[in-house]
Design a binder for this molecule. Sequence first.
Ligand SMILES: [Zn+2]
Length: 301
Amino acid sequence: MLHSSILNMQAAPRALCERCERPPNVCLCSFLPATPFDTRFDIYCIQHPHEAKRKAISSIPLLRHSLAKFKLEITTQISTLPSLPLLLFPGPQARELTAKDLIPGRTLLVIDGTWKEAKKIVHMNASLLAQVPRVFISCEKESIYGTLRKEPMRGCVSTLEAVAEAISVMEEQCATQEYLLHAFHQMVHQQQQYVVLGQEQTRLHYDNLPKPIKKKEPIEEASQSRSEVVQVPREYVMYRMETSMQGQQEYIQVDHPFLCGYDEAINICKQRNKKRSRGERYGVLSYEKFIQKQSAAAIDN
Ligand SMILES: [Zn+2]
């Protein structure tokens, strides 16, 4: 079913479901609660602007639509602190979160982004956050993301998993946590199917091709036969590279993935690059390859 829905998709960037903010074929609305869960504390999430672009694998849309008291702000500069803030972020000053942290008016402050981006936000707002008590949660399990998004170390989990764990600790109940984790599991499973499907399509296609003829061909003919190989529609994504002052590189997704053949993907990217100067041009990769590169870069950093 997933296979045919992928092939039927249009090459143009897809519209997102208004509720869950995901492409219609991977809409998660059926996994969302009919009415958002109420929590006994507020959750204020600071999301790094780069993370806001990684929609396909973000856990934030799920949180936003599952929790009534979840507030999101996309920024690197925190302007004002919410009431009775408690920062959920590891560090030497952090102590373990307990049920005693639940007091009336409490706001749990969470940072969403890659490990490096989250650290940057905490660093940039150090003076404001210095007065905020800091807590961590002990998570022995591996992140549900699995191979889809590599976490920098054991015990690092997605924002959704961290928030779900915080709810279960502070409210001393597991129902909300279990609901959130189940929905998140479905989302990750969908995404993994895409990755597997992409690999399978590539393998099948190459397996069915006649053995390449090892004689010199005119350049034009050679490039034509190569391009035929890669015209099987698959998900592509445009990206830009960003290099920090320390020389660390990051792959930043531009817009949503789109489905088409290789040549078309190259053309779409060329069109987008027409008015962009040399250092600002986008690249294009299969979505699967992009996720691999992004994860590898995050680990190297
Ligand atoms: Zn939806």
